[in-house]
Design a protein around this ligand. Structure first.
Ligand code: AGP
Length: 589
C-alpha cells in the first residue's frame, strides 16, 4: 500500500527521500510528501499526485534527516490535505497501514479540542503522539501504539530531538545500516545504493535511528537484536533498460524469470520434499494474479500427483473456517509476500498445525519469515503494479513443486520440457504482433477472454490484465459456459478472445467461437495449435504461438495476453505501470 522512508546522518536528506519515494511509488501514487528536521525546525512539503510533483518544492531545502511517504488512499480522497506527513505539536509522522479504531480515537481528541486538518485515519497518530509527548519521542510513540488497533508502519520525528522513531505491526519496515547513515523504509529496493546492510523489524518492534546508529526494541520497549543481512537490492537494476515502461521491461524478463526460478528451485527441492511428506490435503491460495497462478498450480498437483487440491482466493479462505490440520500443506502464493489476506491465511494455517509453503518473489517478506518452506520465485524486482514476470515465475515454481510432490525426478521429462520454454517465450516476445488486436480491444466496450481447462485459468488472468491497465470492462470465462448466459452480452462492440492450446479440446472451443461470430461479435483466437489457425484464419484474426507442452502452455500464452494488455494500454494512452486506484502491494484488508 503506502510506501514510507526515513534517513538520518545523510548529506542531503531531500534528495535521498525523493529518490527513495520514487522507488517506493509502486506502493501507491495518490499523493506524496516529506518532512525534514534542520536546526530544530520541521519543514513539511506534500502534494496530491505523483512523487515528481515534490521536486520543485524540494529545491533549496537542506537537512540531514527526514521522513517521506507515498500514499495509496484508504481513508480520505487523494488531496494535499490528506497527504502525509501529518503533524501536531512539533511532531510529524508518516504511516503505512490502517488504524481500524481511528474514529473513536478521533472523536475523543475532538472533545479535547483537537482540530483535524485531514480525513485520514493516520492523523490521529500525530495528535496522540503530541499528547503523549513528555520530552521522549520513543516513549510517546510507545504509549500511542498501545491505543491503536490495526496495521502500521510508523515513522515520527520531533522538533526537539534528532532522531527518527519507528513502530511496526503487520506493515513492513526494513532498517538500512550505512556508514554513519541510517535508514528505514517499506522495502529493500528503496534502500538500494544507500545501505549495504539491512535488518527486518518484527511485529511489535520499535526502533530508534540517530546519526550514531540504530537501536531496536521489542513490544515492551526492551532492547532486542534482529538479524543483520546484506542488502541485495544494491546489486539489482531498477532502471528501465531503455524501455518506455516497467511493464514492457518486465515482460521481456519473463524468460529470465522462468530460468532463474527453475535454477533457484534446485536448492530447496530436498526441503520441500521433506515438508510435503505424508501430506494428504493441499490448499493453494493467493490474491489477484497470484490466485490465477494458483489455479494453474492446482491442475499440476492434481494431474502429476493425483492429490485433490483446493484453490481459493486468500480473502475468502481466511474467513471460511477452512479445514486444515497437520497433514495439510498450504501453498501461499504472493509476489510481494506482504499481501494481508495471504499472510493471514498462512498464519491461520500454522495455528492449525498445517505446513505453509510460501511461493514468493520476496526474500524478506512476512510470508517468507512465517513459512515452513519457501519456494523462491526468482523474478527479480517487479516495479510495474501489473504483474507479468512474477506470474510466470509463480507458475514455474508451482510446476516444479508438483513434480516433487509426485515423487518424480527433477531431471525427468517434465523438467526437460520446462527447459524448452524460455527460448520459446523469447522468440514469441520478438515475433508477436499484437498491434491490430490491441486496436480492436481499445475500440471495444467490453472484452471477454475465454478458454477451457488450463486455458480458462489464463483467460482469467488475460481479463484481469486488460481491466487493470486499460479500464475496459470484461471477464474471463470458460468457453463452454458462454451459451449459459454471457452470450447475451455479445454484440458488434464487444470483443471475445479465445485461448486454445489443447488440440483435444480445440474443436469444442471452436464451437463457442462460431456462436460469437454468428451473433456479430468481434472474435480473435490465441492458439498454439496450427490446425486451429488453418481452420479459422479465413474468418477472424488468429495469433499463432509456438507449439508447446500442454501443461506449460500458460507460460507462452501469458506472454501473449500480457503483451496484448500492454499494447492496448499504449493505444489508449494509459500508464500501464501505475493504473488508477491500484497499488502493487496490498497490505491492508
Ligand atoms: C496483478 O497484476 C495485480 N496487481 C494483483 O492482482 C496482484 O497480483 C495481487 O494484489 C497479489 O499480490 P501479491 O502477489 O504481491 O500477493
Amino acid at each position: 500500500m503506502c510506501g514510507i522512508i526515513g534517513c538520518i546522518g545523510v548529506k542531503n536528506a531531500p534528495e535521498v527521500i525523493y529518490e527513495g519515494l520514487k522507488r517506493l511509488e509502486y506502493r501507491g501514487y495518490d499523493s506524496a510528501g516529506c518532512a525534514f528536521l534542520s536546526h530544530g525546525k520541521i519543514t513539511v512539503v506534500k502534494r496530491e499526485g505523483r512523487v515528481e510533483k515534490l521536486l520543485p518544492l524540494l529545491k533549496g531545502l537542506k537537512a540531514d534527516m527526514g521522513i517521506g511517504h507515498t500514499r495509496w488512499a484508504t481513508h480520505g480522497l487523494p488531496s494535499d490535505e490528506n497527504a502525509h506527513p501529518h503533524s501536531a505539536g512539533g511532531i510529524s509522522i508518516v504511516h503505512n497501514g490502517i488504524i481500524e479504531n481511528y474514529l473513536p480515537l478521533k472523536e475523543d481528541l475532538i472533545l479535547k479540542g483537537v482540530k483535524f486538518l485531514s480525513d485520514t485515519d493516520s492523523e490521529v497518530v500525530a495528535h496522540l503522539i503530541a499528547q503523549n509527548y513528555d520530552g521522549d519521542l520513543l516513549k510517546a510513540l510507545f504509549k500511542t501504539v498501545k491505543l491503536l488497533k490495526g496495521s502500521y508502519a510508523l515513522m515520527a520525528i520531533c522538533e526537539d530531538e534528532e532522531r527518527i522513531v519507528v513502530a511496526k505491526n503487520k506493515s513492513p519496515v526494513i532498517l538500512g545500516l550505512g556508514d554513519g547513515q541510517y535508514f528505514c523504509a517499506s522495502d529493500e529496493p528503496a534502500l538500494a545504493g544507500l545501505a549495504d546492510k539491512i535488518s527486518v523489524l518484527e511485529d511489535g518492534d520499535f526502533a530508534e535511528l540517530t546519526a550514531h546508529g540504530v537501536k531496536i526494541f521489542d513490544e515492551s520497549l526492551q532492547p532486542v537484536s534482529r538479524e543483520v543481512s546484506p542488502n541485495l537490492a544494491v546489486c539489482q537494476s531498477l532502471g528501465l533498460d531503455g524501455c518506455p515502461h516497467y511493464m514492457l521491461k518486465e515482460l521481456r524478463e519473463v524468460p529470465m524469470s522462468i530460468e532463474a526460478t527453475h535454477k533457484a528451485f534446485n536448492s530447496i527441492e530436498a526441503k520441500l520434499s521433506k515438508a510435503l511428506k505424508d501430506v494428504t490435503r493441499i490448499i493453494i491460495t493467493g490474491c489477484g494474479t497470484a490466485y490465477h497462478a494458483s489455479l494453474i498450480g492446482k491442475r499440476y498437483f492434481e494431474c502429476f500427483a493425483r492429490i485433490p487440491v483446493e484453490c481459493e482466493t486468500a480473502g475468502e479462505l481466511r474467513y471460511k473456517n477452512p479445514v486444515m490440520d497437520a497433514n495439510t500443506a498450504v501453498f501461499a502464493v504472493s509476489q510481494s509476500g506482504e499481501t494481508a489476506d495471504t499472510v493471514e491465511v498462512a498464519r491461520l494455517a500454522l495455528s492449525m498445525g498445517a505446513r505453509v509453503i510460501a511461493v514468493t518473489n520476496s526474500r524478506l517478506s512476512q510470508l517468507t519469515r512465517l513459512a515452513t518452506v519457501v519456494v523462491p520465485v526468482a523474478s527479480g524486482p517487479e516495479i510495474c503494479v501489473c504483474a507479468t514476470k512474477s506470474y510466470t515465475g509463480q507458475i514455474t515454481a508451482l510446476y516444479l513443486s508438483a513434480i516433487v510432490l509426485a515423487g518424480e525426478s527433477l531431471d525427468g521429462d517434465r523438467a526437460k520440457e520446462l527447459l524448452k520454454i524460455p527460448p520459446v517465450c523469447r522468440s514469441t516476445l520478438e515475433s508477436l504482433d499484437m498491434r491490430s488486436l490491441a486496436h480492436v480491444c481499445a475500440s471495444s466496450t467490453g472484452v471477454y477472454f475465454m478458454g477451457r481447462d488450463i486455458d480458462y485459468a489464463v483467460a482469467l488472468e488475460g481479463s484481469l490484465k486488460l481491466k487493470e491497465i486499460t479500464y475496459i470492462p470484461g471477464e474471463g470465462y470458460p468457453s463452454a459456459e458462454l451459451k449459459h448466459g454471457t452470450l447475451a452480452l455479445i454484440d458488434v462492440n464487444v470483443a471475445s478472445i479465445f485461448i486454445i492450446t489443447d488440440p483435444a479440446l480445440a474443436g469444442k472451443s471452436e464451437n463457442a467461437v462460431e456462436q460469437v461470430l454468428s451473433r456479430g461479435g468481434k472474435v480473435a483466437v490465441i492458439t498454439t495449435v496450427k490446425e486451429v489457425k488453418e481452420r479459422l484464419s479465413n474468418k477472424l484474426q488468429v495469433i499463432l504461438l509456438p507449439e508447446c507442452d500442454k501443461y506449460l502452455s500458460p507460460l507462452v500464452t501469458a506472454v501473449a495476453i500480457q503483451t496484448l494488455a500492454y499494447k492496448t494500454a499504449v493505444v489508449l494512452k494509459r500508464d500501464p505501470d501505475k493504473p488508477r486506484n491500484l497499488a502493487k502491494s496490498v497490505t491492508v484488508e
